[in-house]
Design a protein around this ligand. Structure first.
Ligand code: INI
Length: 142
C-alpha cells in the first residue's frame, strides 16, 4: 500500500495519516509496510500517486490532503484540480488511487473530520483502498 500526504495543512493531514494507518492495522495489515510519500500540497498528490501506481509496487495508493475554503481564495481550483487528477489515476493505471482529501469551509470542520467529532476521513480512505485492492485481486483471479 502507498500513501501520499500533503504537507499543506499538515496539522490536519497528519491526523488523516494516523487514521489511515489505524485502519490498515485494524484490517490485518502492517503500518510499517506502508510507503509514505509527502508532497507540498493537494495539487501535487496526483503526480506522486500516479508514479507510485505506475511503478507496479503498490496494490492501492491513498491520497491525503485538506483544502480549507477559509484559508484560500483559490479553494475551488485546488479542490477540483486535486479531485479530478486523482480520479484519473485508477482508470489509467489499473491501480486504485483513493481520494482522501478533505474539502471544508472552515478549519473546525476539517478537525471534526480528521478524528474529532465526525470520524476520520483518513481511516475511511484506507478502508476504501483495502476494499478496492481486494476487488481487483479477485477480478484478476477470475
Ligand atoms: N493546498 C492544500 O492542500 N490545501 C489548501 O487549502 C491549499 N490552499 O489553501 O491553497 C493548498 N494550496 C497549495 C496547492 O495544493 C499547491 O501545493 C500549490 O499551488 C503549488 O502547486
Amino acid at each position: 500500500m502507498g500513501c501520499v500526504v500533503s504537507r499543506f495543512n499538515s496539522f490536519i493531514t497528519d491526523r488523516l495519516l494516523a487514521g489511515a494507518l489505524d485502519a490498515i492495522r485494524r484490517h490485518g495489515g502492517s503500518a510499517e509496510h506502508v510507503r509514505i510519500v509527502r508532497v507540498p500540497g493537494s495539487l501535487e498528490l496526483a503526480t506522486a500517486a500516479k508514479a507510485m501506481a505506475a511503478s507496479g509496487k503498490f496494490d492501492a495508493v491513498i491520497c491525503l490532503g485538506a483544502v480549507i475554503r477559509g484559508e484560500t481564495d483559490h479553494y475551488e481550483r485546488v479542490a477540483s484540480g486535486a479531485a479530478s487528477s486523482i480520479a484519473r489515476i485508477g482508470p489509467e493505471t489499473g491501480v486504485p488511487a483513493i481520494f482522501g482529501v478533505l474539502t471544508c469551509d472552515e478549519l473546525e470542520q476539517a478537525i471534526n473530520r480528521a478524528g474529532a467529532k465526525n470520524g476520520n476521513a483518513g481511516f475511511q480512505a484506507a478502508v476504501a483502498a483495502i476494499e478496492m485492492a481486494n476487488v481487483l485481486k479477485k477480478l484478476a483471479r477470475e
